[in-house]
Design a protein around this ligand. Structure first.
Ligand code: NAD
Length: 362
């Protein structure tokens, strides 16, 4: 057995830990957050904690940051606040991923220069960058402990994946109290995103015993906790358990990347408008079936959670999703069997799909 695990993010976890933001961010700070944050009193709280050090607030982040919106925000940020010392992302994956794009500056100041570099798919060193401190307000994406950001281009029906050494957050500040206001629908979809991260970290060519430890623990917590939380959204203990589960899932896939379910999800979000967490989880029972029997060690890890029988494992996962109100078949989302087959085949060839242990393209 051998393993190599690397995650450079300092993690601060606990109810009330937002209070430490002034000590964790350096110098002049830009806050990147979601539109409801002002109404929830979060922008004022951060202003109270940072005082005059808070020099810029970007609070127009929409779900799934789109390059058409990001272009202007990015260029104005570098033109007007290029001298700030750190960026504080306070929000779900959309705010954190937006902040990851913002901290990467270009030579010319043009956002399209960054997009061209991303489209080339080649590694590059950014002209300038800033440190990122990330405080998730949803329990799902794990973006606070990963270097990736997904940038969407809905007009062209494509997405970009940003991943640089500097896009690892410097600090993940996880305060479960920030999640108490997340509506039921978003609580479920983000929790399922975390479940998908953990499972995808297991049926993955890059898996190792350390990522497995995080993944198995996250799956057990989510299967137990998410249905309870759906019925009791104001419960701080359940919020904290889901926050920790999402963190563990994030740690797991920070070293393995995602796999087939995520590869399929991008198409389902771009073409069928599914929220990310639903798009990457409704296929989990089907993908479990494709993973099972491919690799003895991967089977043993999956069986730690689901027991030795595939049919019961799939039934358990399907029942879990159905009880949360999530449909599990392509046809439920208007995708025919033939379209689904083509989508799965194509997803297997994608960058994430090739991480899947059942992919022939690996
Ligand atoms: N970088 C990564 O590793 C990674 C991993 C998974 C997903 N993602 C990306 O993250 C995005 C999805 O992030 P998400 O699922 O966290 O959702 P989100 O950030 O889009 O937020 C969903 C909704 O909830 C609202 N919201 C967020 N926090 C709230 C709170 N505390 N109270 C009330 N409302 C709140 C937001 O305004 C938004 O309307 C997608 O763009 C996806 O591609 C990134």
């Amino acid at each position: 057995m051998s393993a190599c695990f690397h995650n450079p993010v300092s993690t601060v976890f606990g109810a009330g830990s937002l209070a430490r933001v002034a000590e964790l961010c350096t110098g002049k700070v830009t806050l990147v957050t979601f539109p409801e944050a002002a109404q929830l009193g979060l922008v004022e709280r951060v202003r109270g904690l940072l005082g005059e050090r808070l020099v810029c607030v970007i609070d127009t982040v929409q779900p799934n940051p789109d390059v058409a919106w990001l272009r202007d925000v990015h260029e104005r940020f570098w033109a007007e606040h290029g001298d700030c010392d750190s960026v504080f992302a306070l929000g779900g994956g959309s705010a954190i991923d937006t902040a990851k794009a913002l901290i990467v500056g270009t030579q010319s100041g043009s956002f399209d220069e960054l997009l061209e570099l991303l489209a080339s798919g080649k590694p590059f060193t950014p002209a300038r960058h800033k440190p990122l401190i990330a405080a998730p307000t949803t329990a799902g994406t794990g973006s606070e402990v990963t270097p990736w950001a997904t940038l969407w281009d809905s007009a062209r029906q494509k997405k970009y994946s940003l991943h640089l050494a500097c896009t690892w957050p410097q600090v993940a500040l996880i305060d479960p109290q920030l999640m108490l206001s997340v509506p039921g629908r978003v609580t479920v979809s983000t929790g399922l995103d975390a479940l998908s991260h953990a499972l995808e970290a297991i049926w993955n060519h890059n898996a190792n015993p350390i990522s497995d430890t995080f993944a198995v623990s996250a799956i057990e917590d989510i299967l137990d906790c998410l249905p309870q939380l759906q019925q009791d959204l104001a419960n701080p203990e359940l919020r904290a358990r889901m926050a920790l589960a999402a963190l563990k899932a994030g740690m797991a896939f920070s070293n393995t990347k995602t796999a087939l379910a995520h590869s399929i999800s991008y198409e389902m979000t771009l073409r069928h408008g599914l929220p990310h967490g639903i798009a990457c989880s409704f296929t989990l029972p089907m993908v479990l079936g494709l993973a099972w029997g491919r690799d003895g060690e991967r089977d043993r890890t999956l069986q730690k959670v689901f027991g030795p029988d595939l049919a019961s494992a799939q039934q358990r996962l399907r029942g879990f999703l159905h009880r949360l109100g999530v449909h599990t078949e392509f046809e439920d989302y208007g995708v025919t069997a033939a379209e689904a087959e083509a989508m799965i085949d194509e997803a297997m060839q994608g960058a994430r799909g090739r991480n899947f242990i059942g992919s022939q393209a690996a």
